[in-house]
Design a protein around this ligand. Structure first.
Ligand code: ZN
Length: 136
């Protein structure tokens, strides 16, 4: 069985960086967040103080464009401290973006990929109803 061909580079419309934290690292995550906002043209997501979607630990999301990748990601490499950060592309395939194309800065976490199956099942069961948005 061979894997399906990956999408072309042009399929990447942007990226997310998910910055994970716990009660002990929340202050460091807040300091990093302030610096990111000060330095980079990004779209900051809200704080999630509990696991949400495929994310197994509390986090906030940083959305950024492809042009920002070569500035922001190296900066995160040097400045993340003890924090774990997931960087994934947005190709239009949320599951693959997380399951197949992720990049981890620091300790890799095990994502709750079953979330995408549950989402798929919910959409199949109720195609007319909007699905509650959860950050992926
Ligand atoms: Zn994401």
């Amino acid at each position: 069985m061979s894997a399906p061909a990956p999408p072309p580079l042009a399929a990447i419309t942007g990226y997310h960086a998910h910055v994970y934290f716990d009660p002990l690292t929340k202050a460091a995550a807040a300091a990093l967040r302030a610096e990111i906002e000060r330095r980079f043209p990004v779209e900051m997501g809200r704080w999630w103080d509990r696991p949400i979607g495929p994310h197994p630990e509390p986090m906030y999301q940083v959305a950024f464009g492809t042009a920002e990748f070569p500035r922001l990601v190296p900066w995160l490499m040097l400045n993340r401290g003890e924090l774990t950060i997931l960087v994934h592309p947005s190709t239009g395939d949320d599951r693959a973006d997380h399951a197949d194309y992720p990049m981890w800065l620091g300790r890799a976490l095990t994502l709750r990929l079953a979330f995408f199956d549950e989402l798929e099942a919910a959409r199949a069961a109720a195609p007319k109803k909007p699905t509650p948005e959860a950050p992926a």
